[in-house]
Design a protein around this ligand. Sequence first.
Ligand SMILES: Nc1nc2c(ncn2[C@@H]2O[C@H](COP(=O)(O)OP(=O)(O)OP(=O)(O)O)[C@@H](O)[C@H]2O)c(=O)[nH]1
Ligand SMILES: [Mg+2]
Length: 293
Amino acid sequence: MHSGFIAIVGRPNVGKSTMMNKLIEEKVAIVSNKSGTTRDRIKGIVNKGENQYIFMDTPGIHKPRHLLGEHMTNVALETLKGVDAIMFLLDGTQEISTGDEFVNDHVKAVNTPVVLVINKIDKLSDQEIQDKLLEIKEKLGDFDKIITIAAEYGIGMHKIYDELREYLTSDVWYYPEDMYTDISINKMIREIVREKLLFYTKDEIPHSIAIEIIDIDNTPKLARYDINIYVERDSQKGIIIGKDGNLLKKVGREARLEIENLLEKKVFLNLWVKVKKNWRKKKDFLKELGYDE
Ligand SMILES: Nc1nc2c(ncn2[C@@H]2O[C@H](COP(=O)(O)OP(=O)(O)OP(=O)(O)O)[C@@H](O)[C@H]2O)c(=O)[nH]1
Ligand SMILES: [Mg+2]
Protein backbone atom coordinates (compact mmCIF):
# COMPACT_ATOMS: atom_id res chain seq x y z
CA MET A 1 0.00 0.00 0.00
CA HIS A 2 1.12 3.55 -0.75
CA SER A 3 -0.17 6.96 0.20
CA GLY A 4 0.84 10.58 0.28
CA PHE A 5 -0.31 14.13 0.92
CA ILE A 6 -0.49 16.51 -2.03
CA ALA A 7 -1.01 20.27 -1.63
CA ILE A 8 -2.97 22.09 -4.34
CA VAL A 9 -1.94 25.76 -4.47
CA GLY A 10 -2.13 28.72 -6.81
CA ARG A 11 -3.63 32.16 -7.30
CA PRO A 12 -7.38 32.60 -6.75
CA ASN A 13 -9.73 31.36 -9.45
CA VAL A 14 -7.28 29.15 -11.37
CA GLY A 15 -9.44 26.04 -10.81
CA LYS A 16 -7.95 24.34 -7.75
CA SER A 17 -11.27 23.29 -6.24
CA THR A 18 -12.69 22.22 -9.59
CA MET A 19 -9.66 19.97 -10.07
CA MET A 20 -9.86 18.44 -6.61
CA ASN A 21 -13.56 17.60 -6.98
CA LYS A 22 -12.84 15.97 -10.34
CA LEU A 23 -9.89 13.99 -8.95
CA ILE A 24 -11.89 12.51 -6.09
CA GLU A 25 -15.12 12.23 -8.10
CA GLU A 26 -17.14 13.89 -5.32
CA LYS A 27 -18.11 17.48 -4.66
CA VAL A 28 -16.42 18.54 -1.45
CA ALA A 29 -15.17 22.03 -2.33
CA ILE A 30 -17.49 24.73 -3.65
CA VAL A 31 -16.61 26.40 -6.93
CA SER A 32 -17.43 29.80 -8.42
CA ASN A 33 -16.20 32.25 -11.02
CA LYS A 34 -15.50 34.80 -8.26
CA SER A 35 -11.99 34.79 -6.82
CA GLY A 36 -11.57 33.93 -3.16
CA THR A 37 -14.16 31.14 -3.10
CA THR A 38 -12.23 28.68 -0.95
CA ARG A 39 -11.46 29.99 2.55
CA ASP A 40 -10.12 26.86 4.31
CA ARG A 41 -8.01 23.84 3.64
CA ILE A 42 -10.19 20.92 2.50
CA LYS A 43 -8.97 17.36 2.12
CA GLY A 44 -10.14 15.17 -0.72
CA ILE A 45 -9.14 11.52 -0.52
CA VAL A 46 -9.20 9.01 -3.37
CA ASN A 47 -7.99 5.43 -3.59
CA LYS A 48 -6.73 4.01 -6.88
CA GLY A 49 -5.75 0.35 -6.54
CA GLU A 50 -3.20 0.17 -3.77
CA ASN A 51 -2.61 3.93 -3.81
CA GLN A 52 -4.27 6.49 -1.54
CA TYR A 53 -3.99 10.10 -2.73
CA ILE A 54 -4.74 12.74 -0.09
CA PHE A 55 -5.27 16.06 -1.86
CA MET A 56 -5.38 19.31 0.08
CA ASP A 57 -7.28 22.11 -1.63
CA THR A 58 -6.32 25.54 -0.33
CA PRO A 59 -7.49 29.15 -0.63
CA GLY A 60 -6.01 31.17 -3.49
CA ILE A 61 -2.78 32.86 -2.48
CA HIS A 62 -3.14 36.65 -2.76
CA LYS A 63 -2.08 39.90 -1.16
CA PRO A 64 -4.41 40.19 1.87
CA ARG A 65 -6.33 43.37 2.64
CA HIS A 66 -7.94 42.19 5.89
CA LEU A 67 -7.72 39.43 8.50
CA LEU A 68 -9.83 36.96 6.53
CA GLY A 69 -7.47 37.33 3.55
CA GLU A 70 -4.50 36.87 5.85
CA HIS A 71 -6.03 33.68 7.22
CA MET A 72 -6.63 32.40 3.69
CA THR A 73 -3.13 33.03 2.41
CA ASN A 74 -1.60 31.68 5.63
CA VAL A 75 -3.58 28.45 5.35
CA ALA A 76 -2.30 27.93 1.81
CA LEU A 77 1.32 28.68 2.67
CA GLU A 78 1.19 26.50 5.81
CA THR A 79 -0.13 23.58 3.75
CA LEU A 80 3.12 23.57 1.76
CA LYS A 81 4.95 22.35 4.83
CA GLY A 82 4.83 18.63 5.47
CA VAL A 83 3.31 17.39 2.20
CA ASP A 84 4.87 14.81 -0.12
CA ALA A 85 4.24 16.79 -3.30
CA ILE A 86 2.89 20.15 -4.41
CA MET A 87 0.60 20.81 -7.35
CA PHE A 88 1.02 24.42 -8.44
CA LEU A 89 -1.91 25.42 -10.66
CA LEU A 90 -1.90 28.13 -13.31
CA ASP A 91 -4.78 29.44 -15.37
CA GLY A 92 -3.43 28.80 -18.88
CA THR A 93 -5.65 31.50 -20.37
CA GLN A 94 -3.95 34.23 -18.37
CA GLU A 95 -0.53 35.76 -18.61
CA ILE A 96 1.78 34.72 -15.78
CA SER A 97 1.53 37.46 -13.18
CA THR A 98 3.44 38.69 -10.16
CA GLY A 99 0.84 36.72 -8.17
CA ASP A 100 2.00 33.49 -9.84
CA GLU A 101 5.62 34.49 -9.24
CA PHE A 102 4.82 35.00 -5.55
CA VAL A 103 3.34 31.47 -5.36
CA ASN A 104 6.35 30.17 -7.28
CA ASP A 105 8.79 31.64 -4.74
CA HIS A 106 6.95 29.89 -1.92
CA VAL A 107 6.63 26.47 -3.56
CA LYS A 108 10.30 26.51 -4.51
CA ALA A 109 11.33 27.51 -0.98
CA VAL A 110 10.21 24.18 0.50
CA ASN A 111 12.21 21.13 -0.35
CA THR A 112 9.32 19.20 -1.94
CA PRO A 113 8.64 18.02 -5.51
CA VAL A 114 6.56 20.55 -7.47
CA VAL A 115 4.27 19.55 -10.31
CA LEU A 116 3.19 22.54 -12.35
CA VAL A 117 -0.34 22.17 -13.72
CA ILE A 118 -1.59 24.32 -16.59
CA ASN A 119 -5.39 24.37 -16.33
CA LYS A 120 -8.17 25.51 -18.70
CA ILE A 121 -6.45 24.17 -21.83
CA ASP A 122 -9.92 23.71 -23.35
CA LYS A 123 -9.53 27.40 -24.22
CA LEU A 124 -6.02 27.09 -25.71
CA SER A 125 -4.71 26.01 -29.11
CA ASP A 126 -1.66 23.72 -29.37
CA GLN A 127 0.44 26.72 -30.32
CA GLU A 128 -0.79 28.66 -27.28
CA ILE A 129 0.14 25.73 -25.04
CA GLN A 130 3.66 25.70 -26.53
CA ASP A 131 3.94 29.46 -25.95
CA LYS A 132 2.75 29.02 -22.38
CA LEU A 133 5.47 26.42 -21.74
CA LEU A 134 8.09 28.92 -22.92
CA GLU A 135 6.59 31.68 -20.76
CA ILE A 136 6.70 29.34 -17.75
CA LYS A 137 10.33 28.48 -18.32
CA GLU A 138 11.22 32.13 -18.67
CA LYS A 139 9.22 33.55 -15.76
CA LEU A 140 8.99 30.66 -13.29
CA GLY A 141 11.96 28.43 -14.12
CA ASP A 142 12.03 24.63 -14.04
CA PHE A 143 9.66 22.13 -12.44
CA ASP A 144 9.86 18.46 -11.59
CA LYS A 145 6.92 17.89 -13.91
CA ILE A 146 4.49 19.88 -16.03
CA ILE A 147 0.96 18.63 -16.78
CA THR A 148 -1.74 20.22 -18.95
CA ILE A 149 -5.40 19.73 -18.01
CA ALA A 150 -8.93 21.06 -18.31
CA ALA A 151 -10.26 20.34 -14.84
CA GLU A 152 -13.80 21.41 -15.62
CA TYR A 153 -14.08 18.71 -18.28
CA GLY A 154 -12.05 16.08 -16.43
CA ILE A 155 -9.37 16.23 -19.15
CA GLY A 156 -5.96 15.05 -17.97
CA MET A 157 -6.96 13.63 -14.60
CA HIS A 158 -5.37 10.23 -15.37
CA LYS A 159 -2.03 11.99 -15.99
CA ILE A 160 -2.23 13.48 -12.52
CA TYR A 161 -2.67 10.09 -10.80
CA ASP A 162 0.14 8.61 -12.91
CA GLU A 163 2.61 11.42 -12.39
CA LEU A 164 1.98 11.71 -8.64
CA ARG A 165 2.29 8.00 -7.92
CA GLU A 166 6.03 8.12 -7.29
CA TYR A 167 5.51 10.71 -4.55
CA LEU A 168 3.23 8.46 -2.46
CA THR A 169 6.03 7.49 -0.15
CA SER A 170 4.15 6.26 2.90
CA ASP A 171 3.37 2.55 3.07
CA VAL A 172 0.23 2.88 5.16
CA TRP A 173 -3.16 4.34 4.28
CA TYR A 174 -4.05 7.28 6.53
CA TYR A 175 -7.80 7.13 5.93
CA PRO A 176 -10.38 4.35 5.78
CA GLU A 177 -11.37 3.20 2.30
CA ASP A 178 -14.77 4.90 2.26
CA MET A 179 -13.65 8.29 3.59
CA TYR A 180 -13.32 10.95 0.88
CA THR A 181 -13.12 14.17 2.85
CA ASP A 182 -12.48 15.66 6.29
CA ILE A 183 -15.11 18.37 5.94
CA SER A 184 -18.07 17.96 8.34
CA ILE A 185 -21.68 17.82 7.17
CA ASN A 186 -22.48 21.14 8.84
CA LYS A 187 -19.52 22.82 7.20
CA MET A 188 -20.61 21.39 3.86
CA ILE A 189 -24.10 22.80 4.38
CA ARG A 190 -22.72 26.26 5.13
CA GLU A 191 -20.55 26.06 2.02
CA ILE A 192 -23.46 25.00 -0.20
CA VAL A 193 -25.48 28.04 0.92
CA ARG A 194 -22.46 30.26 0.27
CA GLU A 195 -21.93 28.76 -3.18
CA LYS A 196 -25.50 29.54 -4.25
CA LEU A 197 -25.10 33.11 -2.97
CA LEU A 198 -21.80 33.55 -4.83
CA PHE A 199 -23.48 32.53 -8.05
CA TYR A 200 -26.04 35.33 -7.85
CA THR A 201 -23.86 38.14 -6.48
CA LYS A 202 -20.92 40.18 -7.74
CA ASP A 203 -18.31 42.82 -6.96
CA GLU A 204 -17.64 43.06 -3.23
CA ILE A 205 -20.65 41.03 -2.07
CA PRO A 206 -19.24 37.50 -2.63
CA HIS A 207 -16.29 38.43 -0.43
CA SER A 208 -18.53 39.93 2.25
CA ILE A 209 -20.69 36.85 2.81
CA ALA A 210 -20.30 34.53 5.78
CA ILE A 211 -22.61 31.71 6.82
CA GLU A 212 -23.34 30.46 10.30
CA ILE A 213 -25.72 27.71 11.40
CA ILE A 214 -27.49 28.95 14.52
CA ASP A 215 -29.89 26.08 15.22
CA ILE A 216 -30.49 22.53 14.00
CA ASP A 217 -33.43 20.23 14.48
CA ASN A 218 -32.48 16.83 13.12
CA THR A 219 -34.83 13.81 13.06
CA PRO A 220 -34.52 10.57 11.06
CA LYS A 221 -36.90 11.83 8.38
CA LEU A 222 -36.19 15.55 8.22
CA ALA A 223 -33.77 18.25 9.21
CA ARG A 224 -34.32 21.93 9.87
CA TYR A 225 -31.47 24.43 9.79
CA ASP A 226 -31.66 28.04 10.96
CA ILE A 227 -28.89 29.86 9.15
CA ASN A 228 -27.54 33.39 9.38
CA ILE A 229 -26.12 34.98 6.26
CA TYR A 230 -23.81 37.80 7.27
CA VAL A 231 -22.92 40.73 5.04
CA GLU A 232 -20.94 43.85 5.84
CA ARG A 233 -23.33 46.65 4.87
CA ASP A 234 -27.06 47.46 4.92
CA SER A 235 -27.07 47.95 1.14
CA GLN A 236 -25.70 44.42 0.70
CA LYS A 237 -28.47 43.02 2.86
CA GLY A 238 -31.09 44.50 0.53
CA ILE A 239 -29.40 43.05 -2.54
CA ILE A 240 -29.20 39.56 -1.06
CA ILE A 241 -32.83 39.55 -0.03
CA GLY A 242 -33.76 40.83 -3.50
CA LYS A 243 -36.98 42.31 -4.82
CA ASP A 244 -39.89 40.76 -2.91
CA GLY A 245 -37.36 38.42 -1.30
CA ASN A 246 -36.82 36.69 -4.63
CA LEU A 247 -33.07 36.25 -4.56
CA LEU A 248 -33.08 34.76 -1.09
CA LYS A 249 -35.91 32.42 -2.08
CA LYS A 250 -33.98 31.22 -5.13
CA VAL A 251 -30.82 30.65 -3.10
CA GLY A 252 -32.82 28.86 -0.40
CA ARG A 253 -34.48 26.54 -2.89
CA GLU A 254 -31.25 25.62 -4.70
CA ALA A 255 -29.34 25.07 -1.47
CA ARG A 256 -32.17 23.00 0.01
CA LEU A 257 -32.28 20.65 -3.01
CA GLU A 258 -28.54 20.05 -2.84
CA ILE A 259 -28.59 19.52 0.93
CA GLU A 260 -31.54 17.11 0.63
CA ASN A 261 -29.44 15.09 -1.82
CA LEU A 262 -26.53 15.10 0.57
CA LEU A 263 -28.51 14.10 3.66
CA GLU A 264 -31.04 11.91 1.82
CA LYS A 265 -33.92 13.37 3.76
CA LYS A 266 -36.31 16.29 3.66
CA VAL A 267 -34.74 19.60 4.63
CA PHE A 268 -36.11 22.95 5.78
CA LEU A 269 -33.82 25.95 5.56
CA ASN A 270 -34.60 29.18 7.38
CA LEU A 271 -32.25 31.84 6.06
CA TRP A 272 -31.78 35.16 7.86
CA VAL A 273 -29.67 38.01 6.48
CA LYS A 274 -27.75 39.99 9.10
CA VAL A 275 -25.35 42.91 8.87
CA LYS A 276 -22.06 42.57 10.72
CA LYS A 277 -20.02 45.65 9.90
CA ASN A 278 -16.46 44.91 8.68
CA TRP A 279 -16.58 41.34 9.95
CA ARG A 280 -13.59 40.38 7.78
CA LYS A 281 -11.41 42.53 10.01
CA LYS A 282 -12.78 41.23 13.33
CA LYS A 283 -10.70 38.59 15.00
CA ASP A 284 -13.36 37.29 17.39
CA PHE A 285 -15.97 36.88 14.70
CA LEU A 286 -13.52 35.16 12.35
CA LYS A 287 -12.78 32.73 15.14
CA GLU A 288 -16.48 32.08 15.61
CA LEU A 289 -16.69 31.22 11.91
CA GLY A 290 -13.67 28.92 12.17
CA TYR A 291 -11.40 31.18 10.10
CA ASP A 292 -8.72 31.38 12.77
CA GLU A 293 -5.87 29.11 11.85
N1 LIG B 1 -12.73 26.95 -19.17
C1 LIG B 1 -12.43 26.36 -18.03
N2 LIG B 1 -12.84 26.88 -16.84
C2 LIG B 1 -12.47 26.25 -15.70
C3 LIG B 1 -11.70 25.06 -15.71
N3 LIG B 1 -11.49 24.68 -14.44
C4 LIG B 1 -12.13 25.59 -13.65
N4 LIG B 1 -12.72 26.53 -14.40
C5 LIG B 1 -13.52 27.69 -13.92
O1 LIG B 1 -12.69 28.55 -13.19
C6 LIG B 1 -13.43 29.21 -12.15
C7 LIG B 1 -12.73 29.05 -10.82
O2 LIG B 1 -12.77 27.71 -10.40
P1 LIG B 1 -12.46 27.27 -8.89
O3 LIG B 1 -12.28 25.80 -8.90
O4 LIG B 1 -13.46 27.85 -7.95
O5 LIG B 1 -11.04 28.00 -8.68
P2 LIG B 1 -10.13 28.03 -7.37
O6 LIG B 1 -8.72 28.05 -7.84
O7 LIG B 1 -10.52 26.97 -6.43
O8 LIG B 1 -10.50 29.49 -6.80
P3 LIG B 1 -10.36 30.05 -5.28
O9 LIG B 1 -11.03 29.09 -4.36
O10 LIG B 1 -11.05 31.37 -5.36
O11 LIG B 1 -8.89 30.21 -5.02
C8 LIG B 1 -14.83 28.59 -12.18
O12 LIG B 1 -15.68 29.45 -12.89
C9 LIG B 1 -14.61 27.28 -12.93
O13 LIG B 1 -15.78 26.85 -13.60
C10 LIG B 1 -11.30 24.51 -16.98
O14 LIG B 1 -10.67 23.47 -17.10
N5 LIG B 1 -11.69 25.21 -18.09
MG1 LIG C 1 -11.22 27.05 -4.51
